[in-house]
Design a protein around this ligand. Structure first.
Ligand code: GLY
Ligand code: MN
Length: 357
């Protein structure tokens, strides 16, 4: 499993302009080891991998991590001592660090004590993490099954009189009961006129007949995220609500049909943007069609209007168009897919036809 991730780095390091990489962020440490810890470092050269952590995690790390030499910090053996020893043994003079994750204070502290020169890693980790191995897809799939089990439950609980925050709390609770270790991100539940707040925080607004409710939520399972959004109606809908819902659904369905390995991220975004624009709502779709998904809920580039790169086979990307009418309501529908040579595989089984509860 996670040895596959490690193998990718070991192999990429053969051609890297630096001798080894130092991973300090929890996400990248997890990516290479499959082990969660609040503290630790991973050091990887082209033929050696060392994981160091402290007493709190050492026993568990020994039981769970494959392919690494394990070292425990102690008095007289700090992380910087371990890094300097590794660099001396491996002849490393330039050590890559995660420039986008290490704080300025951390950089200064390491720089003052390390014998090797710290150089920013050149996007290696993002490139590797972007394309998922099968075992990663299986974890994302399981995270999605959990989220959808919670969604089924919430459909039986929504009724006029309950609050947005009640719905969010119930979704979070149900995801935990179905096995989630955490949420992928803070659950979004917005209703009625709050629906135009794409990433609004669930509040005490009471659900009424005639409301749209947008729920955007995800489960974390096995260290990987899911992410789904559904908009449902309560009681009845107006002609305008129906038109907006149908437009978002068409934008979503057409984008899913266009999603395939090789498509430029911006072109995929444009499929949805053009449909929404054509229906007269262009100015009310102000975010990207989708992002990549993995260990982080935003795990790299996806279907953003600024992404001029082709999306590769094995990338997991969300497809989440929306229309947000300030003071009235909003609609977003989100699935996520893994891109294949011929199209994509959708992880979502939940219905998308308008549900009126
Ligand atoms: N579903 C949350 C987000 O995409 O940011
Ligand atoms: Mn999303």
């Amino acid at each position: 499993m996670f040895e596959e991730n490690l193998k990718g780095i070991l192999s990429a390091l053969k051609d890297a302009p630096y001798g080894a990489v130092l991973l300090t962020s929890p996400q990248n440490r997890f990516y290479v080891t499959g082990f969660h810890s609040s503290a630790g470092i991973a050091l990887i050269s082209k033929d050696r991998a060392v994981f160091a952590t402290d007493f709190r995690y050492f026993e568990d790390a020994g039981a769970k991590i494959q392919g690494f030499e394990l070292v425990m910090t102690k008095s007289g053996l700090s992380y910087t001592d371990i890094i300097n020893r590794f660099c001396a043994e491996e002849g490393v003079t330039e050590l890559a660090f995660e420039a986008d994750a290490m704080s300025y204070a951390g950089y200064q502290a390491y720089s003052a004590k390390l014998t090797a020169k710290l150089v920013p890693e050149d996007g290696l980790m993002a490139r590797l993490r972007h394309i998922k191995h099968d075992f990663e897809l299986e974890r994302i799939e399981k995270a999605q099954r959990i989220a959808e089990a919670a969604f089924d439950k919430i459909l039986t609980a929504i009724r006029p009189g309950i609050r947005e925050c009640d719905i969010a709390a119930e979704l979070d609770y149900q995801m935990r009961l179905f096995g989630a270790t955490a949420n992928s991100f803070d659950t979004i539940v917005v209703s009625g006129e709050n629906g135009s707040l794409c990433h609004g925080v669930p509040g005490e607004r009471v659900i009424q007949n005639g409301d749209f409710i947008t729920m955007d939520f995800g489960a974390l399972w096995g260290g990987y995220c899911s992410d789904m959004t559904r908009t449902v109606a309560v009681g009845h809908v107006s002609d305008e609500q129906r038109k907006v819902y149908d437009t978002v659904l068409r934008a979503q369905t057409e984008s899913l049909a266009a999603a395939k390995a090789g498509i430029i991220g911006a072109d995929l975004h444009k499929v949805a943007a053009d449909i929404i624009e054509g229906a007269g709502y262009g100015e009310y779709f102000g975010h990207s069609l989708g992002h990549s998904l993995g260990i982080d809920v935003h795990d790299g580039l996806g279907a953003q209007p600024t992404n001029m790169e082709p999306l590769q086979e094995g990338v997991v990307v969300t497809i989440e168009p929306g229309i947000y009418l300030p003071g009235k309501f909003g609609v977003r529908i989100e699935d996520f897919v893994v891109l294949t040579k011929d199209g994509c595989r959708n992880f979502m089984k939940a219905p998308k036809e308008l549900i009126i509860l």
